[in-house]
Write a protein that binds this ligand. Structure first.
Ligand code: BES
Ligand code: MN
Ligand code: ZN
Length: 502
């Protein structure tokens, strides 16, 4: 499916459908006014029947419109003209695309460029990413005869840009959006795989494929268990020891061609391809969802794809911390004391608090690159889902500037995050009478104590932790990865690259 940016003469384009907006109280958008004039008032005459007012959620499909070359016009309610924002525009676009998907429509024009949102850059970005999200389908692994009956699929989408002066920015925006979408889709596809396919070794193969594909900019190093032992990554190893699928940590190094500055930005993704809880085993109900415990790693994978596609002028390190938390005679136990790569010792009180153990050694490993900024992304705690639900990822950081930059990118993309505190009250909860730290806290503030645990390993750089336990996949009967927070972090990187739009 291809996108095109074009300044169309709407009545003359021969497509299967033109989508135009209508605002509340039957106020036509400029494109709708134009089409109405061309069709001698056909649209206004239909509106007079009262079938559509322009409220959000309303749509009306028109056929056989006089003097219009396209086969259909879809009128889409966009609510009050001044009240449209990124969130509801996204929903409008997703609904619209769902309607088109069901019909025999191959090519379509979206004439939404007059919508009142920041500027044309964001209108195009929102359109492309929302449409792509609605068209996404999980890759099925099936042999039964359930072939898709519907054979007409949307294969070309024209985004009509009503002002010629906007064409250049619209094209830049399309380029960015397609690269971000490629990152999001790759991340979702990886996350949705079953855990018997996507294991730590498989993750490392995906990383190595990036090095082949983007050979001028990406180098990958895979750290296996033997190297981990040499490095003293005993916490990471302990988590993976009980599993037949051994741990692999993939280190992806991206170097842009004309780097803007000598800052290094690093991302670490929790890559538990399955988290059974280990000896502190999880309850059976919904345990299958723990295949998504690698969504942090999948996000890092997606972010690097976007960076390489757009050839960002930055130096980026991406770590996929692949591991499987299983039960076996070699599993680590509650009561064990582990010496982490940093030298700090940890008493294990619950083997289900494994993400922080894999991450702490990955975070220490990163010190060798002297990164300026490190962001870890992890489906770390059920407590974060309790605190923030499924719409906000939890943000923890040791640096105000970094927090501001992430909040800014979050507002731009509508990929929501919420700051939670990291204070001494919480650090105290991690005390142990036998080791430097214990691996769980004592109170119910589980998302915070988990972040506090990590903060003991991130003193050498500016660090942020995103707990994506609630946002990485839809916690429903038919669970599916969301691809979050790939867009947020891609935007963060675009901002670091000093891209200027508007
Ligand atoms: N991967 C889980 C966190 C999780 C649970 C994410 C449910 C999404 C949905 C993590 O490894 C875990 O098990 N955390 C424990 C920590 C506890 C033992 C301190 C949790 O949240 O229950
Ligand atoms: Mn766990
Ligand atoms: Zn986990």
């Amino acid at each position: 499916m291809d996108f095109f940016i074009k300044n169309c003469i709407l009545d003359q384009e021969k497509t299967d459908c033109i989508v135009v907006s209508i605002f509340d109280l039957c106020e036509l958008s400029d494109s709708a006014v134009y089409l109405d004039k061309c069709s001698n008032g056909y649209i206004t005459s239909l509106i007079k029947l009262g079938d559509i007012q322009g409220k959000i959620g309303e749509t009306l499909m028109l056929y056989k419109i006089p003097e219009i070359s396209s086969k259909r016009i879809l009128l889409v309610g966009c609510g009050k003209k001044n009240e449209i924002n990124k969130s509801n525009f996204k929903e409008i676009l997703k609904n619209t695309t769902k309607i088109l998907k069901k019909l025999s429509i191959k090519n379509v024009i979206y004439a939404f460029s007059e919508v009142n949102i920041n500027n044309i850059y964001w209108i195009v970005r929102l359109m492309v990413l929302s449409i792509k999200e609605s068209l996404y389908e999980i890759i099925k692994i099936n042999n039964l005869n359930t072939k898709n009956i519907k054979n007409v699929k949307i294969d070309s989408i024209i985004l009509n840009i009503s002002k010629k002066n906007d064409l250049f920015i619209a094209k830049t925006s399309l380029k960015h959006a397609l690269a971000i979408d490629y990152g999001i889709t790759s991340s979702k596809n990886l996350s949705n795989l079953p855990p018997n396919v996507c294991n730590p070794l498989y993750l490392s193969y995906q990383a190595q494929k990036l090095a082949k594909k983007y050979k001028d900019n990406i180098v990958v190093e895979v750290i296996d268990m033997k190297k981990m032992k040499e490095l003293g990554m005993n916490a990471y190893i302990a988590v993976g020891d009980g599993a037949k699928n051994k741990p692999f940590m993939s280190v992806i190094k991206y170097s842009g061609n004309n780097v803007l500055h000598n800052k290094t930005i690093a991302f670490v993704g929790k890559g538990l391809t399955f988290d059974s809880g280990g000896i502190s085993i999880k309850p059976a109900c919904r345990m299958h969802e723990m295949k998504y415990d690698m969504c942090g790693a999948a996000a890092v994978y997606g972010i690097l794809i976007m960076a390489a596609e757009l050839q960002l002028p930055l130096t980026i390190i991406g770590i996929l911390s692949g591991c499987e938390n299983m039960l076996g005679s070699n599993s680590f136990r509650p009561g064990d004391v582990l010496t982490t790569m940093s030298g700090q010792t940890v008493e294990i009180l619950n083997t289900d608090a494994e993400g922080r153990l894999v991450l702490c050694d990955s975070l220490t490993y990163l010190e060798r690159f002297s990164p300026n900024i490190v962001i870890d992304i992890a489906t770390l705690t059920g407590a974060c889902v309790t605190a923030l639900g499924e719409s906000f990822s939890g943000l923890f950081t040791n640096n105000k500037d970094l927090a501001n930059q992430l909040h800014h990118a979050s507002q731009e993309t509508d990929d929501k995050i919420w700051s939670l505190p990291l204070l001494s009250e919480h650090t105290k909860e991690l005390s142990s009478n036998i080791a430097d730290l214990s691996n769980i806290g004592k109170s119910k503030a589980g998302a915070i104590t988990a972040a506090c645990f990590l903060s003991n390993f991130t003193k050498k750089y500016n660090w942020a932790h995103l707990d994506i336990a609630g946002t990485a996949w839809k916690h429903e009967k038919n669970a599916e990865a969301t691809g979050r927070p790939v867009e947020l972090l891609c935007q963060f990187l675009l901002n670091q690259s000093n891209y200027i739009y508007s």
